[in-house]
Design a binder for this molecule. Structure first.
Ligand code: BG6
Length: 502
């Protein structure tokens, strides 16, 4: 990872956002750029060119983006003066993504800015469009000569990166035909979260846990990303994707890599990414015939969440009334290497669950010999370390302690670190960190082509088996419940359990 520059060291930059009138720009990208600018982390000379097909003026676009910033900026209230100062950097360009003229016009816009600033500018091309455009835009950028300069041109690709291994390879090939891998920034916004980055800090800045971070001491690991939300306004996309493609292929696989990887030799982007991809290569292939034993899929039906009635997935907007798309997935994986041989990694994600939280729980083995009298450990729970990603941000170590009194009674207790209590500064939003890294040309927190493909490779047997069979029991969990029973049984068969959540 490179040392980050301050705003007066950052060189002039033009952000070109394809899909500039879309939801991601409104909800995430512009609020993040605004927050960076408020923190004085934008270069003095920068410009945001929003490109889209609809007919809009600069003024109309700015008004819409102002509304997004008011709703989603991390810093809360937006002072009019601050917004006006920021908004003057934003411009709209109407254009068809499949017309070379759009790109030549963009080139002219960039050149115009450079002339005004009297300096060469970095050009960051952000694909915030529907995925169907991902395969088109890089080629046009290439043809228009906008991709050529590896030091000055970058492309940012949002997920989903492909729909399966074949399409991911095809997309990577299109990107590689026009850009050098060093110019390509594939976003997985989980990697921008402070608590996700903290997994590396915790594991490799503290020698304490390394000796026990292996099969001899760890019994099993659970990785959960639970959401209360349903599919909201994204039914059209989601019904085509499902939980495995939407969350497991990217966010959960990245968490698995960070938890299971070997120590990096240096904090160099490729060194870290090499260590992560080693984990994916070591994941034991799921035999096509054994998908049902290792993977559970679920879809929510109607139910109640926080006292409110929820409709079932098949009744959501833009979702087929016969949909067989999964809104829940749980998997059991093994990492076949010396460190992790035989240790199950259970991954789980779902929508419309009772509580929103993401965490990694490391369940340590129990003591090799019970020397306490049987009545002392009624509540026996072996030590467990929980890396809380969100909404709690921190780490909790659970262990046994002596209960006060004349008898030797053992009770589970917790040692807790929270970001809120320990650091008096707010955490940046993931997109702020990631956009800042793109400006700094630092790819550490971005996915390389081989990582994306290795993650797809793991899931292909599951996608193949699911495509062939109709889940007759769908919907198989009620909105507001913890998912299908089979997801608990997946662990119970081995004497394991998901960490109970109050
Ligand atoms: C996105 C998925 O990548 O991550 C969404 O497409 C999901 O379906 C979201 O809701 C979760 O991210 P976060 O940061 O809100 O936990």
């Amino acid at each position: 990872m490179r040392n980050k520059k301050t705003n007066d060291q950052l060189e002039p930059t033009v952000f070109v956002i394809f899909g500039g009138a879309g939801d991601l720009t409104w909800r995430k990208l512009v609020p993040a750029l605004f927050d960076l600018s408020r923190d004085r982390s934008m270069p003095a000379d920068f410009s945001v060119i929003a490109v889209d097909r609809v007919d809009l003026s600069d003024e109309k676009l700015r008004r819409r983006l102002h509304d997004g910033v008011k709703k989603f900026s991390r810093q809360g209230k937006v002072k009019t003066g601050e917004w006006d100062e920021f908004a003057r950097h934003i411009h709209y360009q109407q254009g068809d993504f499949k017309n070379l003229r759009t790109y030549t016009a963009l080139g002219e816009q960039c050149a115009k800015r450079e002339k005004e600033w009297g300096a060469k500018a970095h050009r960051i091309f952000y694909m915030a469009t529907p995925p169907s455009m991902f395969g088109e835009i890089p080629g046009y950028l290439g043809k228009a000569g906008l991709a050529r300069d590896p030091e000055w041109a970058r492309i940012v690709v949002e997920k989903p990166i492909g729909y399966d291994l074949k399409s991911a390879r095809a997309l990577n090939a299109i990107l590689a035909a026009n850009f050098d891998e060093s110019q390509i920034f594939r976003i997985d916004h989980y990697l921008g979260k402070e608590t996700v980055q903290n997994i590396l800090a915790f594991r490799f800045a503290n020698p304490l846990f390394e000796p026990i971070w292996n099969r001899r001491y760890v019994d099993y690991v659970t990785i959960t990303a639970a959401e209360e939300v349903g599919v909201e306004h994204r039914g059209g996309y989601y019904d085509h994707a499902g939980a495995l493609r939407d969350m497991v292929q990217n966010h959960l696989m990245q968490l698995l890599c960070l938890v299971a990887m070997e120590p990096m030799v240096s904090f160099n982007a490729d060194e870290i990414r090499n260590k992560k991809v080693d984990v994916l290569h070591a994941v034991r292939p799921i035999p096509r015939g054994a998908v049902q034993q290792c993977v559970v899929r679920g879809q929510y039906g109607r139910g109640t969440l926080h006292g409110k009635k929820m409709r079932g997935y098949r009744r959501e907007d833009d979702v087929s009334s016969h949909s067989k798309t999964e809104t829940f997935a749980a998997l059991k994986l093994f990492v076949d290497n010396w460190r992790w041989q035989g240790v199950p990694f259970y991954l789980r994600t779902g929508k419309r669950l009772p509580r929103q939280f993401s965490e990694v729980a490391i369940q340590f083995r129990t003591v090799p010999h019970q020397s306490f009298p049987p009545e002392s450990n009624r509540d026996w729970t072996p030590s467990r370390l929980v890396l809380s990603i969100q909404p709690e941000e921190g780490i909790v170590m659970g262990f046994q302690a002596k209960y006060p009194g004349p008898k030797m009674l053992l009770r589970p207790v917790e040692m807790r670190f929270t970001y809120q209590d320990s650091f008096a500064v707010p955490s940046p939003e993931a997109y702020e960190t990631l956009l800042w890294d793109v400006m700094n040309n630092d790819p550490t927190l971005f996915m390389r082509a081989d990582q994306v493909e290795a993650a797809w490779q793991i899931l292909m047997p599951v996608l193949g088996a699911w495509a062939k069979s109709t889940p007759r029991d769908f919907p198989n969990y009620a909105a507001g419940s913890w998912g299908p029973k089979a997801a608990d049984e997946l662990l119970a068969r081995e004497g394991h359990a998901w960490r109970p959540i109050a």
